[in-house]
Design a protein around this ligand. Structure first.
Ligand SMILES: [Zn+2]
Length: 373
């Protein structure tokens, strides 16, 4: 089979790896979204959802916004506030943050002066689930995704918040997995089908050997589905979504970035001790193209010039020794067994910042809790 790269540089679809294309699906989505017809459709759809939410009597807020603390959150929160919506921000601690990540989260909340909830799941259970997910699915993000998406529904139901909004729908914007005219509603079905790179959720929380005392918070609250709930949606579904531009505006609000050579967008997933290291290495293991590739293709679509070159390098040991609590020999075993081809790309210690005063090296890693400002 001759796969011809699209002019954006995309040579592979994560969701249709055998698809032959001259124009990739993400570029087709971009072209459709550029049309006036889509702009009107998106505005009307979003406006309808907002009106529905604001018509719910007794609601505590119009919108719940689950955040990670990177540039996308700054854009999404600003947008929602400019629509005159009352917003509750939900931050779930995934225990992967460094001091820069904590700064960005606290800075977001204070800069926009919004109400917020911080949830710290029981660490021992969470760590067990991450280890279990790594063993079963070569994925460390499944437990966090359960919280970022499913726990958000629990909070929305408990607090009577009719609408949940996330920022970018990555399968749509990076891969063109759906039509831009699909109204992508987050659901239990969505979670199992689309929030795992292999296409189906590999971790069954119910069967997990981890402590069961707080397993409920990782599951979709299926016993409670209030009639007033409008749903969970992605903002990018309803508008042209220039991720590079949207995320980088956060630097105007005091966001800071660390430097990752595996990324060409300093405002995306910054402040994390695992995203461009352990998570990126596992993408490699699962033969999913590097995030920097999809970032570059997306930046090309929107006419952005990438200012610095990326190169593969991974600092994996801290995840094993500081987060999982394994020995160095445990780390060596995992690398020998699962990631031997990355050995020449493993690094340790600090990296040098690349460009701009908004980038700096983190001084503390895997901070469970931290006063970020
Ligand atoms: Zn393309």
């Amino acid at each position: 089979m001759n796969l011809s790269p699209c002019e954006c540089g995309n040579s592979q679809s994560n969701f249709h790896p055998n698809l032959e294309f001259s124009t990739c699906l993400a570029c087709k989505v971009k072209a459709e979204k550029d049309l006036e017809h889509f702009r009107i459709w998106g505005q009307q759809k979003l406006s309808t959802l907002i009106k529905k939410s604001q018509n719910v009597p007794g609601r505590s807020y119009d919108v719940l916004l689950p955040i990670r603390g990177d540039g996308e959150d700054y854009f999404t929160l600003r947008y929602l506030l400019e629509e005159n919506l009352s917003v509750l921000v939900l931050f779930v601690n995934n225990y992967f943050y460094n001091d820069i990540g904590w700064h960005n989260i606290h800075n977001l909340i204070t800069e926009f002066d919004v109400d917020s909830i911080t949830f710290n799941p029981r660490f021992e259970t969470y760590r067990d689930l991450v280890a279990d997910s790594l063993n079963r699915s070569h994925d460390i993000y499944v437990p966090y995704k359960c919280l970022h998406f499913l726990y958000a529904h629990r909070i929305a139901f408990e607090r009577k918040i009719p609408l949940i909004i996330w920022g970018q729908c990555q399968p749509l914007e990076y891969d063109g997995k759906f039509s831009p005219y699909d109204t992508l509603k987050f659901s239990r079905w969505w979670f199992h089908q689309h929030e795992h790179n292999s296409g189906a959720l590999g971790l069954d929380i119910v069967e997990s050997p981890s402590s069961l005392i707080d397993r409920e918070i990782y599951r979709y609250p299926c016993n409670v589905n209030p009639h007033w709930f409008v749903g969970g949606y992605f903002l990018s579904n309803f508008m042209i979504w220039d991720q590079f531009k949207n995320t980088n505006e956060a630097f105007n609000y005091g966001m800071v970035s660390d430097y990752h050579p595996n990324s060409c967008n300093p405002a995306e997933n910054c402040g994390s001790d695992v995203y461009y290291d352990m998570h990126a290495a596992l993408r490699h293991l699962k033969k999913i193209q590097p995030k920097s590739n999809v970032q570059k293709s997306q930046a090309y679509r929107f006419g952005h010039e990438i200012l610095h070159e990326t190169y593969e390098s991974y600092n994996l040991k801290p995840f094993f020794t500081k987060f999982l609590g394994s020995t160095e020999s445990g780390y060596d075993w995992f690398v020998d067994r699962h990631l031997p081809e990355l050995k020449s790309k493993l690094i340790s210690g600090r990296r040098e910042p690349n460009i701009g005063s908004f980038q700096k090296n983190p001084s503390s890693h895997f901070l469970k809790y931290y006063k970020g400002i």
